[in-house]
Unconditional design. Structure first.
Lengths: 282, 287
């Protein structure tokens, strides 16, 4: 009926539209195509010219004679690389334990310290190169006998002066490290505070020892007479108490004395900790 | 219209190809060098370029002097150095504000005629309280020398991961060896008939003999030892070789006490003067 009729009219209209648009569209299409082709041709010609130019440039630069300017650039690059290399080498000297740099009046030496593989603090000594040589500025702690060492060696043998100072600083750093570790890691073993002086060459402490269910307090006194060493020169371990020690305990006391004389403090206490665990398991 | 569409497709294809040809670098280094140069040209005049070269040279000179200074102070010449960093911080650590970095170093150089190569690792741990740097591994390679004390030093240093002790001891050991070599050479040249170096130039002993008095011989043994703490100590000893007859004539036991007297002499006169006086003994025969 009417719907079908309307449908037929619709399709007729579309067809006629198409026929109507057809030629127009083809015309429009043709003109756009034409413009497009024109544009593409222009672009192609431009690119062809560019490629040709690049070719020419390659051939020209191959035979180019501009050595001076290229050399200069590479010379600068060479210098810059060399500079970087030298800066790195200077940094590397840190690992010898001694590094430094030139100053306007002399030299600023940096002494590095280490103990048991641990890299510790560094200290600076600024030397003025005049006759006589003198120390302008330093960061060496006041309890290190710097003046003594300087009086002995500074004027006659700077290397020896630095070496001796190095020995003293490393000795101090090592002793300090051991005392600090004892205080921080093994506080549970200590009965009372660790007594120490600034040079860390006189150490005194009381610690608990357990053996076969019994527990005793031992007092240890460590003396480092040589300021350049990290192991004590004098060790006394005494028993805190009035009763005499049994043989086995006396043996313990003596073995502890020997241990402190031959091993670093924190390592000695690590072995005590291990030993204690063993005893408890018994 | 089909023809035109075809032309469009052909043109597009050619353009794509041409574009690719343009994108290809011609001589890349020359391009970048030229680009750099032209860039610099914009911002640097000729004189400025010369200035920056001069400035670089001056900086280089300064650094070279510093290196020479350090080489003299430490006795060590570092020739090559490299460093690689590896971040070992895990996410758990980052949450707790802990940072862990492993640094691998390679170092090579020489100390007089002794060459060395070091490879070591340093673990850096940073937490809120402090920063710790620990040498976790140390490998030292040295070319074989005629000094067995050095291989002992190497194993001790590696075991303790003690970089500083290695360099310090190496420096002073080599210096003492050079001094011994020079001293022995000096006496050999001064008194060629009387002085013998049985082991050659790097000999650790020096023999004193006089052809007109066979049977008498003094041997000075000069050992250079490195102790457990890394201290380098020269040790000199006197050995005597005296014919039986002379020994019998020796009422005051001078010969027996000679080694001890030598030690005393060393303390008083020092090494060179002591050696000189001993050698002179063999000249004063019956004068």
């Amino acid at each position: 009926g009417i719907l079908a009729h309307l449908e037929r009219l619709e399709t007729q209209m579309n067809r006629s539209h198409k026929r109507f648009e057809g030629p127009q569209r083809t015309q429009a299409e043709e003109s756009t195509l034409g413009t497009r082709i024109h544009k593409l041709r222009l672009l192609r010609d431009k690119l062809r010219a560019e490629v040709k130019q690049r070719q020419a440039e390659i051939e020209a630069s191959a035979a180019s004679t501009e050595p001076d300017q290229t050399l200069e650039t590479s010379e600068q690059e060479v210098l810059e690389t060399k500079l970087e290399n030298l800066k790195a080498l200077l940094q590397a000297y840190h690992f010898t334990g001694l590094s430094g740099k030139l100053t306007s009046r002399g030299v600023s030496v940096c002494i590095h310290t280490a103990f048991d593989g641990n890299l510790l603090d560094s200290y600076i000594v600024d030397l003025v190169i005049e006759k006589p040589l003198w120390i302008h500025h330093h960061s060496v702690p006041v309890f290190i006998p710097l003046e003594e060492i300087a009086a002995k060696y500074l004027q006659t043998d700077v290397q020896h002066f630095l070496f001796s100072l190095c020995e003293h600083l490393n000795g101090y750093a090592g002793r300090k490290y051991q005392a600090d570790r004892l205080q921080s890691d093994f506080a549970a073993f200590l009965a009372g505070p660790l007594q120490r002086n600034s040079l860390c060459n006189v150490l005194s402490f009381t610690y608990k020892v357990e053996l076969g269910g019994q527990s005793f307090l031992f007092c240890a006194r460590l003396l480092y007479k040589d300021l350049t060493v990290t192991l004590p020169t004098d060790v006394t371990v005494t028993h805190r108490g009035t009763d005499a020690l049994s043989t086995s305990w006396e043996e313990q006391r003596v073995s502890h004395e020997n241990l402190f004389r031959t091993t670093s403090l924190h390592k000695a206490f690590t072995s005590f900790a291990g030993g204690e665990k063993l005893n408890m398991s018994l | 219209m089909e023809a035109e569409r075809a032309e469009v497709r052909a043109l597009e294809a050619e353009i794509a190809a041409l574009r690719r040809a343009c994108e290809e670098p011609t001589a890349p280094w020359k391009e970048t060098a030229k680009a750099k140069k032209s860039f610099k040209n914009i911002y640097q005049s000729e004189s400025e370029r010369l200035e920056s070269s001069k400035d670089l040279r001056r900086q280089l000179g300064h650094l070279e002097s510093e290196l020479s200074l350090l080489s003299t102070l430490t006795g060590i010449s570092i020739r090559k150095y490299s460093k690689k960093t590896e971040d070992l911080t895990s996410t758990v650590m980052t949450e707790k504000n802990i940072k862990k970095v492993l640094q691998r170093y390679k170092l090579s150089g020489d100390c007089h005629m002794v060459t060395f190569q070091l490879e070591f690792q340093i673990l850096e741990t940073q937490n809120e309280k402090n920063l710790s740097s620990v040498v976790t591994d140390l490998n030292i390679i040295m070319e074989p020398t005629e000094y067995p004390e050095l291989s002992e030093l190497v194993s001790r240093a590696e075991e303790r991961r003690d970089l500083f002790m290695f360099f310090r001891s190496l420096h002073f050991f080599v210096e003492w060896c050079e001094y011994r070599k020079r001293t022995f050479k000096h006496f050999k040249e001064k008194y060629p008939d009387v002085v013998q170096l049985p082991e050659g130039a790097t000999s650790s002993c020096l023999g004193i003999q006089n052809a007109s008095q066979p049977g008498f011989e003094l041997v000075i043994v000069w050992r250079i030892q490195i102790d457990d703490e890394g201290k380098v100590l020269p040790k000199l000893d006197l050995l005597t070789k005296i014919p039986q007859q002379a020994l019998e004539l020796d009422k005051k036991n001078v010969i027996e006490s000679a080694p001890l007297s030598f030690r005393t002499l060393l303390g008083v006169l020092g090494i060179e003067a002591s050696l000189e006086s001993l050698i002179k003994l063999f000249f004063n025969t019956k004068e």
